[in-house]
Design a protein around this ligand. Structure first.
Ligand code: SAM
Length: 179
């Protein structure tokens, strides 16, 4: 299932609804970790891999990872294939990714957010993806079509492996997911 939201309260409600107790969650754009803590509470037997490129996030996440043993923070840019490769290799030890959350600046950057979603979700094949972005939500509700192409998982199944960077394909990281 793919959910798109904008309101931060709704984003956190959706996280509470979707995350199961033993889920492995990848969070792109954790900022100060306020949603990361919710994720960690919802998945006490799972693992949260939280990622952000800012110094501000790194400072705050240092304290949060000290208090929650199931959170791991990575300071990196989600647009880089090497970042995805690092996370994909880590996920091999955890049995794959169950939930992907993407919030790279809720009110901004729908283009980057969609590209990051497409590449990361095609590679990790999560059960559920939650995207927080105003532009994508606007696009969803403002557009229409007589054709229907639909996916049921947390990634665009109809695109197959199109979003997987070639270098990760070569690593043979996944079969049905990366397990
Ligand atoms: C709106 S904040 C996230 C808020 C957070 N998800 C929450 O619920 O509290 C967006 C964050 O995305 C991070 N970000 C933006 N582009 C990024 C990128 N390419 N790679 C990693 N982090 C990025 C920013 O540094 C910022 O901390």
């Amino acid at each position: 299932m793919i959910k798109i939201v904008y309101n931060i309260k709704i984003y956190r409600e959706v996280l509470r609804d979707v995350i199961r107790k033993d889920d492995v969650v990848v969070e792109l754009g954790c900022h100060l970790g306020n949603s990361t803590r919710i994720m960690a509470d919802m998945a006490p037997e799972g693992r949260i891999i939280a990622l952000d490129k800012s110094d501000e996030a790194a400072d705050s996440m240092k304290d949060i990872t000290g208090l929650h043993s199931n959170i791991e923070f990575i300071k990196a840019d989600a647009r880089l294939h090497e970042t995805l490769e690092t996370v994909a290799l880590k996920l091999k030890d955890h049995g794959g990714c169950d939930v992907l959350s993407v919030d790279l600046g809720g009110g901004h950057y729908p283009d980057t957010t969609f590209k990051v979603f497409f590449i990361w979700s095609s590679t990790l094949r999560p059960r559920d993806t939650i995207i927080r972005n105003r532009g994508l939500l606007d696009f969803l509700h403002s557009s229409s079509s007589s054709e229907v192409i639909k996916s049921w998982e947390g990634w665009l199944e109809s695109s197959g492996g199109d979003g997987v960077p070639p270098r990760l394909k070569e690593l043979n990281l996944w079969s049905t997911n990366i397990k």
